[in-house]
Design a protein around this ligand. Structure first.
Ligand code: BG6
Length: 306
């Protein structure tokens, strides 16, 4: 595998010998591109997304930490943070790459087993003084992005480096690229009660067996078996992505639809909502309380199903 930096050193791209690639912007450790061997892009990225560090990236995989959505009001320690926290708007450090090659099964090409992992780090010390004040805890984040020929895994480890406990939430805000939202269905969430964020109060309800998206959708599912059930995104009844999770018991399904897309300055083209679906594994149902020295790890693996 090759790992190269952009000329301005703001982004790192890994490519497998078989042609698959992934690009990660140091700003937010945001995955901005994931391509298969034919160069076909798997993630949706707005053509108006800011990639210069002035705003969270609209598309790809922004990272949500330490609060999901608008923070609760004071005295909660996250009360002064912006929506979705600061991980997606902080500049991360590239910690290095590792590659692995398992012994290929008989008949398989060696290259099929190749993978590359990129590690990124963020800690309290590297935040601006202003952000440190907004959330005054010593923490360490390690984010690993692993590319295999047909899967992408992103995994976040949160460590409490403070001498007091802290609460946090984590979410991997993945914008999947689809050909046409009207032919998309989502399986694997029918047994999961969800909060509909568009209702007030946010009513808890349970879903149809095959979820389709025909209007603005903003659901927070809590999967009853924890993180063990995969979520499958189908197009015209054919599986396209399978999302498996580790330790992330919630899944947010979000599509802004026409009006919300029109209202977002960095959402282009305006019809782009037809080509995206956010499936966001997270630990956001409650707060993860970490005692000093303890760590929390959550991960997703997205497999290309066709
Ligand atoms: C989703 C939330 O995760 O992110 C939505 O459930 C929100 O409520 C969306 O609108 C986008 O958030 P932002 O801050 O990137 O515009």
């Amino acid at each position: 595998p090759t790992v190269t930096f952009s000329p301005d050193n703001t982004s790192v791209t890994a490519e497998l010998p078989t042609g698959e690639s992934v690009s990660v912007l140091l700003y937010g450790a945001t995955v901005t591109s994931w391509k298969d061997s034919s160069g076909d892009e798997k993630l949706w990225l707005s053509t108006a997304a800011k990639l210069d560090g002035t705003k969270a990236v609209r598309g790809g995989i922004p990272l949500v930490f330490p609060v999901f959505g608008p923070p609760p009001s004071a005295p909660h320690p996250t009360a002064n943070l912006p929506q979705h926290g600061f991980a997606r708007t902080s500049v991360w450090e590239f910690l290095g790459k590792s590659t692995s090659e398992s012994t290929p099964a008989e008949g398989a090409k060696a290259a099929d087993d190749l993978s590359v992992k990129l590690d990124f780090g963020l800690s309290a010390a590297s935040l601006s003084a202003e952000t440190q004040k907004l959330w005054p805890f010593k923490f360490n984040l390690i984010y690993s992005v692993t590319l295999n020929p047909s899967t992408l895994t992103t995994s976040l480890v949160v460590t409490n480096d403070d001498d007091k406990p802290f609460d946090s939430q984590v979410l991997l805000h993945t914008y999947l690229r689809v050909n046409d939202i009207s032919s998309v269905s989502i399986q694997g969430l029918s047994n999961s009660p969800y909060l509909d964020k568009l209702l007030s109060p946010q009513a808890q309800t349970s879903g149809p067996s095959d979820l389709t998206i025909t209007q603005e959708t903003d659901h927070v599912y809590s999967t009853p078996n924890g993180a063990s059930d995969p979520v499958t995104v189908l197009e015209n009844g054919k599986p396209r992505f399978v999302v498996t999770r580790d330790n992330l018991a919630q899944v947010v399904v979000w599509n802004p639809w026409t009006e919300k897309a029109a209202g977002m300055g960095d959402f282009e083209p305006k019809g782009g909502y037809k080509n995206m679906l956010c499936v966001e594994p997270g630990a956001v149902g409650t707060w993860q309380t970490l005692e000093p020295g303890d760590a929390f790890e959550g991960a997703q693996t997205i497999s290309i199903a066709n």
